[in-house]
Design a protein around this ligand. Structure first.
Ligand SMILES: Nc1ncnc2c1ncn2[C@@H]1O[C@H](COP(=O)(O)OP(=O)(O)OP(=O)(O)O)[C@@H](O)[C@H]1O
Ligand SMILES: O=P(O)(O)OC[C@H]1O[C@H](OP(=O)(O)OP(=O)(O)O)[C@H](O)[C@@H]1O
Ligand SMILES: [Mg+2]
Length: 324
């Protein structure tokens, strides 16, 4: 255990799979499934001490929670639903910009007077009075639903656990309303359901998640640092540009002021003769070019990077802060 490798859990199916593989590929991290396609374990080409586990998004959450995986990619909705003490068990290192979906409370469109969570109290009272039954909520997000309904002060209801086709429950007569995940809203619309005005329980997306309970051996830490450093260097590269120009060395102080004003850096110094090299935020490029022209710079070029390695990065720092 003291020398265990890093276990990296990645989605093997479903919506997150392709995006997750593309995310690692961008950072030059390529999975190899050594013993054929039916093998649900793999490695990362060129990165030692990493074992890749191919699992469902929900299984990834279980393993992060138990500490049988160190790092994983999964949806925040599943983290919040499946781990009661999520903030103790895991650290969300960074949202990944894909797998966006909202967990929502939806009711039949035909309920024209029901618009907010508070209106559900009346629905519940009405059901009780007329039929002597409890209002039923179909969902697989049992824990998120209990927490959210309690926060909103709605208590007179019963959960009907649903493992698929949740949106069909109201028309099938197995529940009055639902809690489910939605992206485009097409499935809700197809089932004549509407989201309550204050019924968005969680805005979820895929996250890179670290387990606080996994055995973080020296080997696992070093491997995680190698992986996170590459991911961070690729993100930093996309957010940055290099600007080069020819500039009269006598304009050095104007150059320093320009760099400061635009939040750019002069990584190789500002007194190297006529050639100047700036690193800046991608969004600042054209402002900086104009400013450089303004102080007499010539032959200005702008380049993108594949990777940009800084002395430290937010991902590694966040992990190390958490696991000590
Ligand atoms: N429109 C969407 N519907 C469902 N999940 C989505 C959607 N968009 C993104 N996700 C994210 O993807 C995660 C996994 O969902 P997905 O349906 O791909 O998994 P799955 O492997 O099919 O699991 P299951 O069989 O339990 O649905 C969700 O928990 C959520 O975080
Ligand atoms: O808002 P939309 O874009 O219509 O997406 C929402 C639907 O997608 C998911 O189902 P999925 O296709 O994953 O099938 P599943 O329920 O079997 O997982 C989810 O459970 C919703 O039913
Ligand atoms: Mg699904």
């Amino acid at each position: 255990m003291t020398d265990s490798p890093l276990i990296l859990a990645v989605p093997s199916k479903g919506r997150l799979q392709e995006n997750a593989a593309a995310f690692f590929a961008r950072a030059g991290l390529v999975f190899t499934q050594s013993r054929g396609a039916r093998d649900y374990r793999g490695t990362l080409a060129g990165v030692p001490d990493v074992e890749v586990a191919f699992l469902s998004a929900s299984e990834i959450v279980s393993q992060l929670s138990l500490g049988t995986a160190h790092l994983g990619i999964t949806g925040e909705d599943l983290i919040r639903e499946q781990i009661p003490d999520a903030d103790e068990a895991v650290e969300l290192l960074t949202p990944l910009g894909f797998g966006h979906a909202n967990v929502v409370v939806a009711v039949p469109q035909a309920w024209i007077d029901v618009r907010t969570m508070a209106d559900l109290d009346e629905v519940a009272a009405d059901l009780r009075a007329r039929h002597g039954t409890k209002m039923r909520v179909a969902t697989k997000y049992v824990n998120l639903t209990r927490r959210f309904f309690a926060e909103k002060g709605v208590s007179d209801y019963r959960i009907v656990e649903s493992l698929g086709a949740t949106e069909g429950a109201p028309s099938a007569g197995s529940a009055e309303l639902i809690v489910d995940i939605t992206t485009t809203g097409a499935t809700l619309a197809a089932n004549a359901l509407k989201i309550l005005d204050d019924g968005v329980m969680l805005r979820s997306e895929a996250n890179l998640v670290a387990s606080a309970r996994a055995p973080w051996s020296e080997r696992a830490r070093a491997a995680a640092t190698a992986v996170l450093t590459r991911i961070a260097a690729e993100e930093e590269a996309r957010a940055s540009r290099e600007v080069r120009a020819a500039l009269d060395p006598a304009r050095a102080s104007a150059l320093l002021a320009l760099a400061k004003e635009h939040g750019a850096s002069l990584p190789y110094g500002h007194a190297l003769g006529r050639e100047v090299v700036l690193h800046c935020r991608t969004a600042q490029v054209f402002d900086i070019v104009a400013a450089l022209q303004g102080i007499g710079a010539q032959d200005i070029s702008v380049r993108a990077f594949d990777y940009l390695f800084r002395p430290t990065n937010a991902l590694t720092e966040r992990l190390l802060r958490r696991i000590g």
